[in-house]
Write a protein that binds this ligand. Structure first.
Ligand SMILES: Nc1ncnc2c1ncn2[C@@H]1O[C@H](COP(=O)(O)OP(=O)(O)OP(=O)(O)O)[C@@H](O)[C@H]1O
Ligand SMILES: [Mg+2]
Length: 172
């Protein structure tokens, strides 16, 4: 481990109490451009840890509340309908959603309660996590500037959700 990483972990120890191992794992995952799923009961420091890590690494932090209303358009972004009427599907008529914002800036994307998001939205996330890019109809290709997706769940239904999304199986 490099000296800078060690001093980062020492600094994080003061803001995230008693979670050295978890912090190490998250930092290592980010260094390796991987994605992390944190599972744990409410109030056990998941959000605290991720915010502290983003701040410690000096990267942006984009928070998304995962729920059944998080459609792909809400996650990715959408064309402003009123402006499309006047200007057409121009790139600057596109309103970035949190995913595109995080991809552009290389920010840490934190989806809270990912187990609650609709399956089609999970599919979009999984594609971006594996491909590092996203194709938005009429807008074009968005390439991740080192997007870091942190997926956080509060319960254990996630394996089934991922299985459904990846395998296209029927809901458990
Ligand atoms: N390890 C920790 N170090 C410092 N503060 C902590 C730690 N764990 C929890 N806290 C404090 O407890 C509160 C709740 O923690 P936090 O919001 O991070 O939990 P969470 O796991 O994200 O919960 P939820 O699943 O409800 O989102 C925060 O105000 C935070 O300051
Ligand atoms: Mg939280």
């Amino acid at each position: 481990m490099t000296t800078s990483r060690r001093s980062l972990l020492d600094t994080l120890d003061t803001s995230v109490v008693g979670r050295r191992r978890e912090v190490e794992l998250v930092v290592a995952a980010l260094d390796a451009d991987r994605h992390v799923l944190l599972e744990g009961p409410p109030g056990t420091g998941k959000s605290t840890l991720l915010r502290a890590v983003a701040e410690g690494l000096g990267i942006g932090f984009v928070f998304v509340e995962g729920n059944a209303e998080l459609t792909p358009a809400r996650l990715v972004g959408h064309f402003d309908p009123a402006r499309v009427l006047n200007e057409g599907y121009e790139p600057d008529v596109f309103v970035d959603g949190p995913l595109v914002t995080a991809m552009r800036d290389g920010s840490l994307l934190y989806v809270e309660e990912i187990n609650r998001i609709p399956e089609e939205t999970l599919n979009v996330l999984i594609t971006v996590m594996s491909e590092g890019e996203l194709n938005v109809p009429r807008f074009g290709r968005v390439v991740a500037a080192g997007t870091r997706a942190e997926l956080v769940s509060g319960n254990g239904d996630l394996e089934a959700a991922f299985f459904r999304a990846v395998e296209g199986g029927t809901p458990a």
